[in-house]
Design a protein around this ligand. Structure first.
Ligand code: NAD
Ligand code: MG
Length: 389
């Protein structure tokens, strides 16, 4: 029996994780859950799974949840200390599926408690980078990538008892769907709405990552994520646009072989793989029907129309706090776009301005990352208020 702590339980990854847990009640037990504000969904989860502890983002949300769940054995709590506490409490695996930088502290708490970490929250790795990976090594933690591309790369790399190696690997091919605006001109993209940006052609996801997919910032974050996870640089990673999202990424070997991981686009596959590695379970996802698939297409990404991907590579090479700065600017920009305060093209413009106007510092401790995140948010909000465009 594996005991699971689920951070970000009310989100898209949270729901897929609960589906896997519900399918295998003799193998997985939901010990604890965390979410920000969605009391209705959290009440359903608590009633169904009866976790020992449930944590909300605010006292108000906690009180509302406790009121909705009278009679349950669950302990109801709130705030980031409680989230860090459940991530290091009695459990074997922690699913890190909070969205954004807010996921960093609890994910680090899980690492420091030696849990198996199922990493969906890419922003925590992107922002804390070297520090994050150093803690993984220090606490000898099994870090399972849940992002479908990184999970695919993990599956395509040579496997060892400890994880994966890079023996005889020449490069990583990171696939990208290209998002809903893949074929749009810059002019067409200038007037797209949040609803259009959130309507992803292949994946059903939370709003923030959907906008990131549309702006290719998601691929930029994933480029950095791949560099940290697999100890490579952007020069070793080629982004390949593949609109069908059937190949989830590939590894190219020095003898000319390319190994790809394929499957229908359903996050239950990487989630279940992360939870059961090195074995596999039936996820209920339909296998691929190659007669129906018929065609897979590939193209190069267009960095002119999608500058975020270039900015991510720049931030990696700038090093230090640059990745935390870019991530923070992007979180502010996406939020402003969703609230219709800035246009879609302003997202990349704002990201570029904030990167240009911030000093990149060396990261010696976590404090440096939090300061960089905070200062970049302040600057991004000032630029939006002054109509920076
Ligand atoms: P979502 O918006 O659907 O859900 C986010 C979850 O985080 C919710 O449960 C919310 O309550 C919680 N949350 C938000 N702010 C919080 C805070 N301050 N404190 C505590 N909890 C907070 O997001 P999602 O699509 O499930 O994505 C989650 C993470 O997984 C992201 O980092 C995303 O990049 C990554 N990811 C998602 C997918 C996908 O298919 N959705 C695929 C790959 C990677
Ligand atoms: Mg992904």
């Amino acid at each position: 029996m594996q005991k699971i702590c689920l951070l970000g339980a009310t989100g898209s990854i949270g729901s897929s994780t609960l589906d896997v847990i519900a399918q295998y009640p003799e193998q997985f037990q939901l010990m604890s859950v965390a979410a920000n504000t969605n009391v209705d969904r959290m009440a359903e989860i608590c009633q169904r799974f009866k976790p020992e502890r449930a944590v909300m983002g605010s006292q108000q949300a906690r009180d509302a949840l406790a009121q909705r769940c009278l009679g349950l054995p669950t302990e109801f709590e709130w705030g980031h200390e409680a989230m860090e506490s459940i991530a290091s409490d009695d459990c074997d695996q922690v699913m890190a599926a909070i969205i954004g930088f807010a996921g960093l502290r609890p994910t680090l708490a899980a690492i420091r408690a030696g849990k198996r970490v199922l990493l969906a929250n890419k922003e925590s790795l992107v922002t804390a980078g070297r520090l994050f990976m150093d803690e993984v090594a220090r606490y000898n933690v099994t870090l399972m990538p849940i992002d479908s591309e990184h999970n695919a790369i993990f599956q395509c790399l040579p496997q060892t008892d400890a994880g994966v190696s890079k023996q005889d690997v020449s490069s990583i091919l990171l696939t990208a769907s290209g998002g809903p605006f893949r074929t749009f001109s810059a002019r067409q993209m200038a007037s797209v709405t949040p609803a259009q940006a959130c309507a992803h052609p292949n994946w059903s996801m939370g709003q923030k990552i959907s906008v990131d997919s549309a702006s290719l910032m998601n691929k930029g974050l994933e480029l950095i994520e791949a560099c940290w996870l697999f100890d490579v640089t952007p020069a070793n990673v080629q982004v390949v646009v593949h609109p069908e999202s059937i190949i989830h990424s590939m590894v190219s070997y020095k003898d000319g072989s390319v190994i790809a991981q394929m499957g229908n686009p359903d996050m239950k596959i990487p989630i279940a793989y992360g939870m059961t590695w090195p074995t596999r379970i039936d996820t209920g996802v339909e296998p691929l029907d190659f007669y129906r698939l018929a065609q897979l297409n590939f193209e190069a990404p267009d960095l002119q129309r999608f500058p975020n991907l270039r900015l991510a590579g720049d931030a990696w090479y700038a090093g230090g706090t640059a990745m935390a700065i870019l991530n923070a600017a992007n979180e502010v920009a996406v939020d402003a776009f969703l609230k219709e305060k800035i246009s879609f093209l302003d997202i990349a413009r704002l990201n570029e301005r904030v990167l240009e106007q911030s000093d990149t510092k060396v990261v010696n401790d976590l404090e440096a990352v939090f300061i960089a995140d905070h200062e970049a948010r302040v600057l991004a909000n000032q630029l939006i208020a002054s109509e920076f465009v």
